[in-house]
Design a binder for this molecule. Structure first.
Ligand code: MGD
Ligand code: MGD
Ligand code: MO
Length: 771
């Protein structure tokens, strides 16, 4: 018998086709005009050989090899759920008693599921919060530098992740869009919480049809689809701040700055101006100054500056620009340029970040209350900036700077992850692997034997969303989607809520954790709360049963005339509608940031040479700038064992793209297996070439599961192609402490030895001691 079940994931909404208890296919959601191909991997992911079929414990951990033990090489021993729950509860109780709650690291960064009730990280943090507390993580790998910076400058992070000026307004009013990093369609395939209808291609096509001119500044031509007819201006990675400063200089030199906007709606122009003109440091930031840094001809920089001054324009940058050394600077300078041109808050003009970074950014919508699990307080209040995990493990008790505060790293004993994968997301994995040894116990709730599970001590098998009921919702689109359970749990997998409820029972707080609700009661409860919030804002919604039976709910689209321009009220009346900054104005110089005294993030935007870039001394040994970007065929590490990712690989290895001349210079041909390396590590990759990629730049997507040739040996070659064995793990600056993965130099050479097999899609060594 065939059944059809409505469902949703971060990569799209779909219907699962189920036969004899197995997911055998998917059908796109019929309200989605651009469903994309990622949903096709669903059946493979659910039934992959890499699924964790029951709880396991690392053999060495059971034998007492804990703190100091390198993980990754040990066998695993199957245990019953009862035993796993007891072990976890005992360990939690012991560590809390002996070392205090902050020694449990439960930051658990990661995307988890689109389903908002079974959202693994929220469930874990609810459990840890109610149980006495933990050390958390704040901000996101995506845009941590910006999250620290933008509130100082524009008084809000909405310009980064919330409701930005929408495409309807841009199309109606702007003539040109400056796109640093382009507007890659692949990134729009994904929306946290799932979209009902993928909107990026729709919006971009409408903009192209309306004649909006795109100026794409990025190392990679493919970052904007051909049919946008963008002007492509290649730029050396990590040098956008120099370009923007030079555009500002050209505007000032031509007397084109908006003096009224600068005088009435900004502070600190005198300080920034003096830096731009060179009055303050003796170096005028002219286009001629920027040309050798960026490789963009000075004449082009001048022309661009004039064009933006002449016409209504929107300025944007991808999020990746700030995942780099001093990543705060290009973001600050882009906002400053928009202010210098007086564009902020003019209809359809201004600045916003990420139109090309995730699905639904700038998609016209009404404000709808969000559907989510309520947050749970962490009684310790302790946290680290998101990407400082390895530092935390290496330096217990040491102090560090973060956004004006001095903080201290906790003494971590337990690391607990649910719904995220640090062996996917963190930089310099070989360094992390060594630091991992400082933990006594590592607990992983995951569905797959990915590198996180392989480097854990206690592995708790989680269900995929298709094995449970849930509701998906995203602030970036106007659908709420029912996620119907399609099949029974695979093996002994359980959902995160149920496993944590059992552990809470051992620790004496099950009822506080569950509030005596089961899955259905929780979904009805969350829905009812959401419905009341909607009613309060005048949004009409159906009752739970009608919603569930229909499979989705859709809010009305805004009509013409409802175009949204961010900061419009501020621009119209800055006294009545001040920004949330210290001065109520756009801060071109921030006294607050200046007061922190950070030389890596001073009081106004500056050009600081990145630690790694093509202009650095190390470029002699490692002459390629590696950009590890978001994969078109996966969401991060999720979907890696599926067919969509598999068909993109070369002999099972992650592709790495070079300019054909860079390949030829190394005697390499497309399809070759290559070794990509620097002083931090090495991985294999399959070579592609693309004349639309700047010379000196290499691109390799993130997300191939870390698969070391010798598991448990730091520095071992990753045979599969995870670029995070190469990337540096240094905070963007003391202000943001964000990840700086994009500042990475490497070399590439032909791999001439026998090709080692990729083993990470099969379970690790398992020893059944029961036998
Ligand atoms: N070099 C480099 N590194 C990067 C980036 C980069 O640009 N370059 N980008 C960074 C960015 S922006 C991000 S957001 C991060 C992403 O990093 P992550 O969000 O950590 O990556 P995912 O692979 O999505 O990890 C989600 C994990 O949760 C598991 N999971 C999914 N659903 C469930 C569930 O219901 N229950 C449980 N228990 N587990 C579940 C999946 O199996 C998967 O292992 O990566 C960062 N890393
Ligand atoms: N299909 C798919 N989509 C995704 C994700 C995924 O895993 N898969 N992940 C999602 C997540 S979590 C996030 S945070 C977003 C991230 O979204 P982004 O951070 O925007 O994504 P990236 O792909 O890293 O970078 C986009 C482009 O920026 C350009 N670029 C890189 N460095 C520079 C630079 O120094 N200067 C200039 N001018 N350009 C540069 C690169 O050419 C690259 O193609 O993507 C989301 N979308
Ligand atoms: Mo992200």
């Amino acid at each position: 018998m065939t059944e059809i079940k409505p469902h949703a994931a971060h990569w799209g909404s779909f219907e699962a086709v189920v036969r004899d208890g197995r997911v055998v296919g998917v059908q796109p959601f019929d309200r989605d005009p651009f469903p994309g191909s990622l949903i096709e991997a669903m059946p493979d992911i659910v039934h992959a050989p890499s699924r964790v079929d029951r709880p396991y414990v690392r053999k060495g951990w059971l034998e007492g090899r804990r703190r100091g033990a390198l993980r990754g090489g040990d066998a695993f021993v199957p245990v019953s759920w009862d035993r796993a729950v007891r072990l976890v509860a005992e360990e939690t109780r012991r560590v809390r008693a002996e070392h205090g709650p902050t020694s449990i690291f439960g930051g658990s960064y990661g995307w988890s599921s689109a389903g908002r009730f079974h959202h693994a990280r929220s469930q874990l943090q609810r459990f840890l919060g109610l149980g006495g507390g933990y050390t958390g993580q704040i901000n996101a790998y995506s845009y941590a530098a910006a999250q620290a910076l933008l509130p100082h400058v524009l008084g809000t992070n909405e310009v980064l992740l919330g409701r930005t000026t929408d495409w309807a307004a841009i199309i109606r009013y702007s003539k040109v869009m400056l796109c640093l990093g382009g507007l890659p369609l692949r990134n729009g395939l994904v929306t946290s919480g799932a979209s009902g209808a993928h909107a990026n291609e729709m919006n971009l096509r409408a903009a192209a049809a309306a004649g909006l001119r795109f100026v794409q500044v990025s190392p990679n031509r493919a970052d904007v689809p051909d049919w946008c007819n963008a002007e492509w201006i290649p730029i050396r990675p990590g040098t956008d701040t120099a370009l923007l400063l030079a555009m500002a200089q050209a505007i000032v030199a031509a007397g084109r700055e908006d003096r009224d906007f600068l005088a009435t709606r900004c502070t600190g122009w005198d300080r920034l101006r003096a830096y731009v003109t060179g009055e303050s440091d003796g170096i005028a930031k002219t286009p001629e100054w920027a040309e050798p840094i960026t490789t963009i001809p000075a004449a082009t920089i001048r022309r661009l500056a004039t064009e933006l001054a002449d016409q209504p324009a929107m300025l944007t940058a991808t999020w990746s620009l700030q995942r780099a050394d001093y990543g705060e600077q290009p973001y600050w300078m882009l906002a400053a340029l928009a202010a210098i041109l007086g564009k902020i808050g003019r209809p359809g003009e201004g600045v916003a970040y990420g139109y090309g970074s995730v699905g639904g950014m700038g998609h016209p919508r009404r404000e709808i209350p969000s559907f989510s699990m309520p947050g749970t307080r962490n009684p310790t209040g302790a946290f680290i900036p998101v990407a400082r995990v390895t530092d935390m493990l290496e330096k217990p008790g040491e102090t560090y700077d973060f956004n004006g505060r001095e903080q201290r790293y906790p003494d971590t004993r337990i690391i607990w992850w649910a719904g995220g994968n640090p062996f996917h997301h963190h930089q310099d994995l070989n360094r992390m692997l060594r630091a991992w040894a400082n933990a006594e116990t590592i607990i992983a709730q995951d569905q797959h034997w990915n590198a996180l599970a392989r480097h854990a001590d206690i592995v708790l098998p989680a269900t995929t969303t298709l094995e449970r009921n849930d509701i998906a919702s995203s602030g970036r689109d106007r659908f709420l989607r029912a996620m119907h359970k399609a099949i029974d749990p695979v093996g002994q997998a359980r959902n995160d809520h149920d496993m944590l409820a059992d552990i809470a029972e051992e620790l004496g707080f099950r009822d506080r954790f569950t509030e005596q609700r089961n899955e259905e009661a929780w979904l009805r409860h969350l829905f009812e709360q959401w419905r009341q919030n909607c009613a309060r804002t005048g949004v009409d919604t159906p009752d739970f049963d009608s919603f569930w039976a229909k499979g989705y709910w859709e809010a009305d689209a805004p009509a013409r005339g409802e175009e949204y321009t961010q900061f419009a009220d501020f621009a119209a009346d800055p006294e009545e509608h001040p920004l949330d900054t210290a001065t109520g104005k756009v801060e071109l110089f921030s006294p607050t940031i200046a007061s922190f005294g950070y030389d890596d993030a001073p009081g106004h935007p500056v050009w600081i040479e990145p630690r790694e870039w093509l202009g650095a001394k190390q470029a002699e040994r490692f002459p390629l700038h590696l950009l590890s970007y978001q994969p078109a065929t996966r969401l991060h590490g999720q979907l890696d064992p599926g067919r969509v990712a598999a068909t993109n690989k070369i002999a099972g290895r992650e592709p790495i793209t070079l300019n054909p001349d860079d390949a030829a210079e190394r005697g390499l041909n497309p399809g070759d297996i290559v070794r990509v390396f620097n002083d931090r590590g090495a991985c294999l990759g399959g070579l592609r070439t693309d004349p639309g990629l700047m010379r000196g730049v290499a691109m390799m997507a993130t997300g191939a599961w870390f698969d070391p040739l010798e598991p448990g040996v730091p520095g071992s070659l990753c045979v599969h192609g995870n670029p995070n064995v190469l990337t540096p793990d240094i905070g963007t600056s003391r202000l943001g402490q964000g990840p700086s993965a994009q500042s990475c130099l490497v070399q590439v050479e032909k791999w001439t030895e026998a090709l080692p097999p990729v083993r990470v899609h099969l379970p690790p060594r398992i020893e059944d001691t029961a036998a």
